[in-house]
Design a protein around this ligand. Structure first.
Ligand SMILES: [Zn+2]
Length: 687
């Protein structure tokens, strides 16, 4: 691009309804030059802050940093929304180009010595600055961010840290590619009736397609993708084939040769440990947990072991039930990992005789959206009104105004519910604009949250209602819970707004919100048949809810063993024999021979293909503890919409973002720290 390329103002000055971007005025070719200009503008702002001749103050340094980079964040929010929800080849090519530039841009800021010196001075003098709690936390976050990027280290150590980070990034990418290669390279081609015994039609179709993809027309392929291997292990009556497939599945990344991940694991762990020690932590887990709610490896292991004992006891009972089915078939063998899913499905079909399809007519998308808004009104006194005719970023996107009891506009909400080929899979919440109260460079004070939810529900034919599965309905509530975290945010500083909280706290508002979907009063009103208007029969609903705790010993053992091994790796003194450490950890906790970790180390992508969930796999369960305990607070009052409880929930959780410590936030709502009892009860694992 030449310097004279005119920049499109629609990217940074939003003139749509209540400050919504005018998406229709943005072209794909606008992004590249806009990013270039925004990087430069942000860099200049950072240089000005760092070079300010005045002594550092909270205003001229921290607040200045908080409001810097406004253009960059506006362009980014529109771009990443498009990259996820409505992409094309131009955007994908740009993504590959922008992602590394973005990372370089921010690591350069993190290494800015003059800037860190100002932050460090403020941090050292924080007691004397007269800051309130929120401002102190914002300062602490900036300071810790710099420290973790190595700002306090000497020149040689900084170079070493940079080299470690670079090597780790490369190792992570290679790890993921190796798992993918092992998944691609293995397939079991079946053709005989004996080999295909028990395989249902839907799976046969998928296996036939997988075989012809691999040039084996007329055959059926078992592959290692979860969507084929899991149903195959569940439905195949052929024990030998199940064992063969299962063994290949758990050997991903451990097959010798070029794609073997064991060496990469040892190298990754050694470098992570070195990095932690360089930055002054005992081990990598301590580094990663530093800004979480759990805070320490001991707290994480405490929870995991408490759950582990109960889960193993339940799994042994489940195994005994399955062993009876094996014996009843006249077979004489232990329940092995390649048998579990198969016999569990037989038991499930016997105990809970219903199909998901029976629920669908009662779960209309429109009604479930209404239910979501109704719960928000009853808990938080806000209303949602759809603004037909206001354009979102795609014709399917719907725009809603969210207003408080006094009628004041508190947020814009965009709902993008249907699957399309330009959208990536899954469901997520994000923000075009986050709430805060600072004065911006253009003179405006504070900003309205503009939040969106993206889902992938099947779009119905013209004139037909969109019907959901129960999982879909839960997803809708889950993502709306995240959206509320953004929309109810009431903080001063942008960096702690809404979902700007730690990884083991961020799922609380979303997972908690799911509970209100199955409150009887909500279901009676909103889960009504799309043709007859009749509410869902209670007997059907009871069966569905009871089935949710089925096989939970197995699932919890699978999960918890993986989380414990993740923690063992990142707290161990030496990292030279990771596979021996995996084996020793499983032996120590008494892993049943009938169950294998959900993710064995050589293909544990959460932990080794990137840094996201290293010493962090536990956080899925941590959040479950929080949401179950939090909903129990409402149940204890006897009213799922108890106004006193709802007010505390809003004041201490949904509105405070990261402005207070997550532990204090939780105690503000619940009066005490969470106990795992409610989660164990929800999983059917209570004593
Ligand atoms: Zn979530």
């Amino acid at each position: 691009m030449t310097a004279s390329t005119p920049l499109n103002p629609a990217l940074t000055t939003w003139t749509g309804h209540e400050g919504l971007p005018r998406f229709d005025l943005v072209k794909d070719t606008d992004f590249a030059p806009a990013f270039e200009a925004a990087f430069k503008a942000h860099e200049a702002e950072i240089d000005d802050i760092a070079a300010n001749p005045e002594a550092p103050t909270f205003d001229n340094t921290v607040i200045a940093l908080e409001i810097a980079g406004d253009e960059l964040s506006r362009i980014s929010s529109i771009f990443w929304n498009k990259a996820g929800a409505d992409t094309n080849e131009t955007i994908q090519a740009l993504e590959r180009d922008i992602a590394p530039k973005m990372s370089r841009h921010y690591s350069k800021i993190g290494m800015n010595a003059a800037l860190f010196k100002r932050i460090d001075t403020l941090w050292e003098n924080r007691e004397r600055l007269g800051l309130n709690l929120e401002a102190t936390r914002v300062l602490e976050r900036h300071w810790k961010g710099f420290v973790k990027s190595g700002a306090k280290l000497g020149k040689d150590e900084q170079e070493r840290l940079a080299a470690i980070n670079e090597t780790l990034a490369g190792l992570g990418a290679k790890f993921g590619q190796n798992v993918l290669a092992d998944e691609k390279n293995w397939a079991l081609f079946l053709a005989s009736d004996e080999d295909l015994a028990g395989v249902p039609d839907f799976l046969r179709d998928a296996m036939a397609a997988a075989a012809s993809d691999r040039g084996e027309n007329g055959k059926y392929a078992v592959t290692l993708s979860r969507s084929i291997i899991e149903p195959f292990l569940t439905f195949s009556d052929n024990r030998e084939r199940r064992e063969q497939a299962f063994r290949a599945w758990i050997a991903r990344g451990e097959n010798g040769g070029e794609t073997d991940n064991r060496g990469l694991i040892a190298e990754t762990l050694a470098l992570r440990s070195e990095k932690a020690k360089l930055l002054g932590y005992d081990n990598y887990a301590a580094l990663k947990l530093d800004n979480t709610m759990a805070k320490t490896p001991a707290a994480v292991n405490g929870l995991l072991m408490q759950v582990w004992e109960k889960a193993v006891a339940r799994a042994r009972e489940e195994e005994a039930d399955l062993a009876k089915l094996v014996a009843a078939e006249g077979r004489n063998h232990d329940v092995m990992p390649w048998d579990w899913r198969h016999y569990a499905e037989k038991l499930r079909a016997e105990k809970f005789n219903f199909s998901e399809g029976e629920l669908k007519p009662y779960l209309q998308l429109e009604k479930i959206i209404d239910a979501c808004f109704d719960v928000a009104q009853r808990l938080f006194d806000i209303t949602a009104t759809e603004k037909k005719g206001v354009a979102g970023y795609h014709p399917d996107v719907r725009v809603f105004e969210i207003r408080d009891a006094a009628g004041k506009l508190v947020a814009l909400f965009l709902g993008d519910y249907f699957a399309r080929s330009s959208k990536r899979s899954g469901a997520w919440m994000s923000a075009f604009q986050s709430q805060h109260k600072l004065k911006l460079k253009n003179g405006a004070v504070g900003e309205l949250p503009i939040i969106y939810n993206v889902c992938n529900f099947a779009k119905p034919a013209e004139g037909k209602p969109a019907l959901l599965s129960l999982d879909d309905a839960r997803t809708l509530f889950h993502e709306f819970g995240h959206a509320l975290h953004g929309m109810l945010s009431n903080v001063t500083y942008p960096s702690v707004s809404g979902t700007g909280v730690s990884r083991d706290f961020v799922e609380l508002p979303s997972q908690l919100y799911e509970h209100w979907l199955t409150v009887p009063d909500i279901l009676k009103r909103y889960a009504v048949h799309y043709q007859t208007g009749e509410p869902m029969p209670e007997a059907l609903l009871d069966k569905v809810l009871a089935a949710r705790t089925f096989n939970s010993g197995f699932a919890t053992v699978e999960f918890t063993s993986s989380a414990l091994v993740d923690m063992a790796y990142h707290t161990a003194e030496t990292q030279s024999e990771p596979m021996a450490l995996e084996a020793a950890t499983l032996e120590k906790i008494g892993m049943p021979q009938s169950i294998v970790m959900r993710h064995r180390s050589p293909h544990f992508l959460h932990v080794f293909s990137g840094d996201g969930y290293s010493a962090g796999y536990y956080s899925y369960m941590w959040s479950e503890v929080l949401d179950a305990d939090a909903f129990a607070a409402f149940e204890e009052t006897g009213n799922p919409f108890d106004p006193g409880m709802a007010k505390k929930l809003k004041d201490s959780v949904y509105s405070v973002g990261g402005s207070i410590d997550p532990e204090d936030a939780y105690k503000g709502f619940r009066g005490k720290l969470p106990s795992p009892d409610a989660m164990l009860a929800k999983k059917g694992l209570a004593a």
